[in-house]
Write a protein that binds this ligand. Sequence first.
Ligand code: HEC
Ligand SMILES: [Cu+2]
Length: 445
Amino acid sequence: MPLPPRLRRHHAAALPALLAIFIAGCANADYPNSVFTRFTEFNRDIGYLFKLLIYLGTFVFIFVEGILLYTIFKFRRKSDSERPKHVHGNTTLEILWTAIPAVILAFIAVPTVRTIFKSQAVASADALQVEVIGHQWWWEFRYPQYQITTANEIYLPVGRKVNFKLTTQDVLHSFSIPQLGGKRDLITNHVNYLWFTPDSVGEGAWNGFCAEFCGTSHGNMHFRVFTVAPSNFEGWAANQQKMAAFGAVAPAAASVVPVSTPDGTARGSAVALPAATGIAAATPTVPVVTNPTHPAGTAVPATFVSFPYDKLGVHNIPQTPLPEGLTFNESLKGDPQRGLDFMTKQMGGGCVGCHMINGNPVMRGVIGPNLTHVASRTTLAGGIYPNDAKHLALWVKNARWMKPGVIMPTLGAGQYDPITKTYIPKTGLNDQQIADIVAYLQALK
Ligand code: HEC
Ligand SMILES: [Cu+2]
């Protein structure tokens, strides 16, 4: 059916406009979660495969459509009395249409399989090793060479190969940093590897996600990756290796506290925690700067401790809206010492059962993120909120309202717990106690 002339004009204009938008979208350097970057050999290899497939596919498309169009016009019925010639079998043709796709498939399969083997092999031992442990719904990151355990934020030195060892504490997850490289699943009872070198990238922040549905808050399971200059990485690592910046005590007391997983079994690598958290370091308040894995000659700068929040790109800043009606009296002033005493001596809120703070002998839990340097992180709770006093307070008050399904209980007095579907009694945490806890957490730089 022919379109009226006005509409036809619109149609004619729409196609180039759409094309222009599409091309502009692809060329936009600020496209936040694109895999079409060339920052690592991983993405370059995948990009090469992608182009190869597009070029071969285009060739096949044009070839097949060309023959089709030719056939349609050449052999169309020219008169009503005409009958098509009946043919049966054509050996040459059959050999050709089997052989040509086979050759094309070989062209695709050989580089594809080679890339698969290359990218999931264990990287060389001199690579920076990072253990990734998926939890519902946050990420645990360990640097075994540095004895660091942290959560939801990875620091990578520019130019150094990094090897990720991927495991999960519970269900399947998938580790994905589109702009740096890859996506690979975290599989129960199985170790996967992924390695790349952020070699052609500057200092910056990159978004990471869980890319395999893993339950209620799967969509809230983000993380950030920071690529930093090697000297800044050493600065960050030196700070992470220190005991808690506030209220740490001698390690002798800490090392006698046994650590076990919630069900008492040695699941995942949780039982390796005492060694991995640096508790056994000789002097608790002195940074471990003589780690043999620090590249020789790298000076440890005292200045760089963590990626500054105001340097985050606009696409790295969490946008999660706060639950309506969840409020906190922000005028209250917290006291870190009171917060520490409350959390550890009075066992307020049971934080000790789930969280670890190195240098704090009672904070030995392994269910939630390690909080030793929680204040050095830019975001909270799987990267979905900014890490500031207000969000920390609301989180401690009612984590389950902030993020559906979390294990961390709702703790604020009078708050509704969406999982148990009950109200927390008056004996729950009041706003002043929460302000004190937040002051302590914020002292953990
Ligand atoms: C039953 C275990 C449990 C208890 C008790 C608990 N937490 Fe948590 N906490 C968690 C888990 C699990 C998470 C991770 C939730 C997520 O992001 O999905 C978490 C996350 C956090 C975070 C965010 C950390 C980050 O880097 O994202 C803070 C801060 C925190 N908890 C503080 C506390 C404090 C303070 C208390 C005590 C008042 C407490 N928690 C009690 C399990 C617990
Ligand atoms: Cu997930």
